[in-house]
Design a protein. Structure first.
Length: 577
């Protein structure tokens, strides 16, 4: 996965080796800042809110979709709320004041009430485990908590691919080096695990499914377990890495070899005895090309062999979670999606560059897996991230609008935002407008998860803008038009409006950071062709009014429903009930 692009990797190691703890994420918010004590809550659990300041005569109102479930006055900067008993629901808490019959919203925050993260996964990462101060770890987890990240991938935390635990169960090492010769400290790894658990997050340890280093034989790795480039088992399949900085090449074992599976399961058991990880984030490096053989000379289809590996890992540790990366969908349909993984995870590369491809991957993954959620590792501003600078806000938000609207989530948030597949790279920072926007986008993803990620069927609905504010086109995007995608969720008809009207490219990677800010449209009169009765029309957007729902007046004549869309910047969600 992240070991594929070696020239970049070496360069970013050189530029980031002494600078990996800079460029931290700081969630941007309005003057009134609100936080919850956890990223996710069990039904009936107590939610604790904190505010930095409470405006006079403040109230708090709790929303589920467009319905107010309760409200109460606020008298202090901290208060509790009992999460409702219904499982797998999203809510939005709004802090507001009212003067002269006019309400003003000061802050909002989403609440996820879910007993299992796999229903609505929001995945983050960690990548630096040196001498990280406690205050820094507190800050990182607090930031991820504000984005409602409910699981963390501990990237490149381990000692060796074939022996992830440094030291022994009886005497685990206090410090060790990873494959890139970076210093890792046990106290930092454990400190992050503890903090993640306090925030309700899952802690997933990263490793390849089939990697052994050059000294593997001395640690018990057998020659018979490897994949070979010839039928005579004279040439192992190897991923060559420059030394320095890397301490070894990576030699690939056959993931379906049961002896290898047992060996690695035993090594994972050592990890679980020392560290309270919740599961195994399994990686691969994609298509290794034709001509792969077992030790016995039998040709093997690598893409089909991941299912066996994952089933072996689950059998060895049935209570632990599993997630596996399908690099550019390699092995996804007929192997990974059939295995006992918590959700689908795709690292998106060449051949899937378009916004339409993001949507297709998410939809395909749901089909392959029988409806499981998807997390996409999709690195925005890819070339720009080779040098210090700032993320291009339109590129990030348009990619997220598409991913979220089609029911996925985006692996992008950790100690910093991701621009490259080597997670320690932190050349790009979020500027102020992106910091503020990304908070609301993750609130929106969480608060409205029951419309975005909880089943339903995508459909095409005819939408026309009758006062010429913009032109529309059904998904996928078309030049000069607002893209519209429908989705039927129960009795609700959802319409996603994604503003591609002045997009200069439909490549989600926005590799050089040149995607322009969309033109904001106001008061667009829309006509929608629908069947069945309509009792309500409402709109919500992460770009407007803290993500809160807003009722819309509408009229109906025959099969035409007419209403006015107050504003469209990046993404609006209209719901007709």
């Amino acid at each position: 996965m992240k070991h594929i692009f070696i020239l970049f990797l070496v360069a970013c190691l050189a530029c980031n080796r002494n600078n990996v703890t800079s460029n931290p994420i700081t969630p941007g918010q309005s003057t009134t800042r609100i936080q919850t004590d956890k990223a996710v809550y069990r039904p009936g659990e107590t939610v604790t809110f904190t505010l930095n300041t409470v405006p006079p005569n403040s109230n708090v109102r709790y929303w589920h979709l467009n319905t107010v479930t309760s409200e109460a006055p606020l008298s202090g900067t901290s208060w509790n709320w009992q999460a409702p008993a219904t499982d797998f629901r999203g809510y939005l808490a709004e802090v507001y004041t009212k003067e002269n019959n006019t309400e003003k919203t000061h802050a909002s925050i989403a609440i996820d009430v879910s007993s299992d993260w796999s229903k609505f996964p929001r995945y983050g990462f960690l990548s630096e485990y040196g001498a990280v101060p406690s205050s820094k770890m507190d800050s990182v987890i607090s930031s991820l908590n504000r984005y409602h990240i409910n699981g963390i991938q501990f990237y490149d935390w381990h000692h060796k691919h074939h022996q992830p635990l440094a030291g022994t169960v009886a005497s685990p090492s206090a410090t060790w080096k990873d494959i890139a010769n970076r210093s890792i400290q046990r106290n930092t790894v454990q400190g992050y695990i503890d903090r993640a658990h306090q925030a309700g997050m899952k802690a997933m340890f990263y490793n390849l499914c089939y990697g052994a280093l050059g000294d593997g034989a001395g640690d018990g790795v057998k020659q018979e377990w490897f994949m070979f480039k010839d039928a005579q088992h004279t040439k192992r399949d190897v991923f060559q890495l420059p030394n320095p900085p890397f301490t070894s090449d990576i030699f690939f074992t056959d993931p379906a070899n049961t002896s290898w599976q047992q060996y690695l399961a035993n090594k994972n058991n050592d990890v679980y005895q020392v560290y309270d990880f919740d599961g195994f984030h399994v990686d691969q490096v994609g298509d290794r090309g034709p001509g792969l053989y077992t030790y016995n000379g039998t040709g093997l289809d690598l893409a089909s062999r991941f299912q066996s590996f994952l089933e072996g890992m689950k059998a060895a540790h049935p209570t632990k979670r599993l997630v596996m990366n399908a690099v550019n969908q390699y092995g996804q349909q007929n192997s990974i999606a059939r295995a006992p993984v918590d959700f689908m995870y795709t690292e998106v590369w060449t051949g899937h560059e378009g916004y339409k491809d993001l949507a297709t991957v998410i939809q395909n993954n749901a089909t392959y897996s029988g409806g499981k959620s998807t997390v996409l590792a999709a690195y925005v501003n890819y070339k720009k991230a080779e040098s210090p600078g700032a993320f291009n806000t339109p590129g990030v938000l348009l990619a997220n609008a598409v991913i979220f609207a089609f029911g996925g989530s985006h692996l992008e948030l950790g100690e910093h935002m991701l621009g490259k597949e080597y997670f320690p790279n932190n050349n790009l920072v979020m500027n102020d407008d992106l910091q503020k926007a990304i908070v609301v986008y993750y609130d929106f993803l969480t608060a409205f998860q029951n419309l975005l990620r909880d089943g339903g069927d995508f459909n095409n609905i005819t939408v026309t803008c009758t006062n010429g504010k913009f032109n529309t086109a059904s998904w996928p995007p078309q030049s000069g038009k607002v893209a519209v995608q429908g989705k039927k969720v129960g009795e609700k008809q959802v319409l996603h409006f994604i503003n591609m009207a002045n997009a200069t490219s439909f490549d989600w990677r926005d590799t050089n950071g040149t995607q322009p800010t969309p033109v904001t449209f106001s008061n667009a009169d829309l006509e929608v062709s629908v069947s069945g009765s309509i009792s309500k029309v409402w709109v919500a957007s992460p770009d407007l009014n803290h993500g809160l729902p807003q009722a819309l007046e509408f009229t109906r004549q025959g099969d035409k429903v007419k209403f006015t869309l107050p504003q469209l910047k990046y993404w609006d969600m209209v719901v007709m009930e």
